[in-house]
Design a protein around this ligand. Structure first.
Ligand code: ZN
Length: 313
C-alpha cells in the first residue's frame, strides 16, 4: 500500500512541549520495519499550494500563516510556535492527505502518516491544527472533477469542529464525527452527523454507535470517496481522551470503517489525527495497527477497480 510521510511532519518543538511530535517518525519506522510498503510505496507528499489551501481557507488567514503575522492569541490557540517549518509542516501534512486521496482513486486505499487536522477553520487554527487537510483534499479533487460527493468519517475522540464549520453549507461533502460529548471542543460545531459519547464509553457502546452512524452516513452521503480520520485518542489510556476504548476496540473500529467503505466500493484515504498517551509508544501502536489493517486489506480494494476499468470514482 502506498503511504505518505515527510520528515517535515516532525516539527522541532521547545523542550517539554505537550504535543507528541515524535509519534510521526516512530510510526514511520514501525511501518518500514513491518514491510507494509513495497519498494517505492513510501512517498514524500507534496506541500499543498496556495491555490489548494484557498479552497478551504480565507486568503487573509493564509497570508497571516505564511508571513508569521498571526497574533499571540491566534498562535496560542494553535498551540505551536510559529516558524517557517511550521508552515511547511502544515502544507506537507495536508499534501499527504490530498496525495493519499489521489492514490486511493487509483489503488482503492492509501494512507497519510499524519493529517486529520480537523480543528482548523477557514479563518483560524486551533488544537494543533493549522490547515484543514480533509476539506482541502476533498475540495481539490472535486474541483479537478475526480470525485463527486465525499464522506469524511472522523473517529478522533475530539469533534471535527473545523471541518464541520468549513463544510457546513456544502451539501457535496458529508461530515460524520463520532467523539466524546464532554471533551474539547467545548462549543461543538454542527457536522452533518454528530454522535457524542459520554465519558468512559467502552468498546461495546462505541462500536455499536459507530456502526449505526456509519450506516446512516454512508446512506446519506452519496459519496464516491471517503476520508477516514483514525484518531488514536478514543483509547482508554489516552490522557486527553476520556473514553475507554481498548486497542482491540480501535482495531475493530478500523475494520468496521474500512469494510463498510469496501462494501460500497468507495476508495478510502486513511489519516492519523490525534493520540496523546503518556507513553508515545502506545499511541504509535494504535496508529500502526490502523495502517497495518489498511495494508492488509489493500489487495481486496483492488479487484473492483479492475472490474470497472481504469479508475474509481
Ligand atoms: Zn483528537
Amino acid at each position: 500500500m502506498k503511504v505518505f510521510y515527510s520528515d517535515q511532519f516532525v516539527l522541532p518543538l521547545p523542550e517539554g512541549h505537550r504535543f507528541p511530535m515524535k509519534k510521526y517518525s516512530m510510526l514511520r519506522a514501525r511501518v518500514d520495519e513491518a514491510g507494509l510498503c513495497g519498494p517505492g510505496e513510501m512517498r514524500v507528499p507534496h506541500a499543498v499550494t496556495d491555490e489548494e489551501v484557498l479552497r478551504a481557507h480565507d486568503a487573509g488567514y493564509l497570508e497571516k500563516v505564511v508571513s508569521g503575522t498571526l497574533d499571540k492569541q491566534e498562535m496560542r490557540r494553535i498551540g505551536f510556535p510559529w516558524s517557517e517549518r511550521m508552515v511547511e509542516r502544515s502544507r506537507r501534512a495536508s499534501g499527504g492527505t490530498l496525495d493519499a486521496c489521489r492514490t486511493a482513486l487509483e489503488d482503492g486505499i492509501a494512507a497519510n502518516l499524519a493529517g486529520g487536522t480537523h480543528h482548523a477553520f477557514a479563518d483560524r487554527g486551533e488544537g494543533f491544527c493549522v490547515l484543514n487537510d480533509s476539506a482541502i483534499a476533498a475540495r481539490t479533487l472535486q474541483d479537478e472533477g475526480l470525485v463527486g460527493n465525499v464522506l469524511v468519517v472522523d473517529t478522533d475522540v475530539h469533534q471535527g469542529n473545523g471541518t464541520a464549520a468549513i463544510l457546513a453549507d456544502d451539501p457535496t461533502i458529508f461530515t460524520f464525527s463520532i467523539h466524546g460529548e464532554k471533551n474539547y471542543p467545548f462549543n461543538k460545531g454542527e457536522s452533518d452527523l454528530d454522535v457524542g459519547l459520554p465519558d468512559g464509553t467502552g468498546d461495546g457502546v462505541f462500536l455499536e454507535a459507530l456502526g449505526t452512524g456509519l450506516e446512516e452516513a454512508l446512506d446519506r452521503a452519496g459519496a464516491t470517496m471517503a476520508i477516514f480520520l483514525a484518531g488514536a485518542d478514543p483509547y482508554e489510556g489516552d490522557k486527553l481522551g476520556r473514553l475507554s476504548v481498548t486497542k482491540k476496540g480501535l482495531a475493530e473500529r478500523d475494520r468496521l470503517v474500512l469494510e463498510a467503505c469496501r462494501e460500497l466500493r468507495l476508495p478510502v484515504a486513511v489519516t492519523m489525527a490525534g493520540g496523546y498517551c503518556p507513553r508515545i509508544e502506545e499511541t504509535v501502536d494504535i496508529h500502526f495497527q490502523t495502517v497495518e489493517r489498511a495494508a492488509e486489506m489493500a489487495d481486496t480494494f483492488k479487484p473492483w477497480r479492475n472490474e470497472k476499468g481504469a479508475k474509481y470514482g
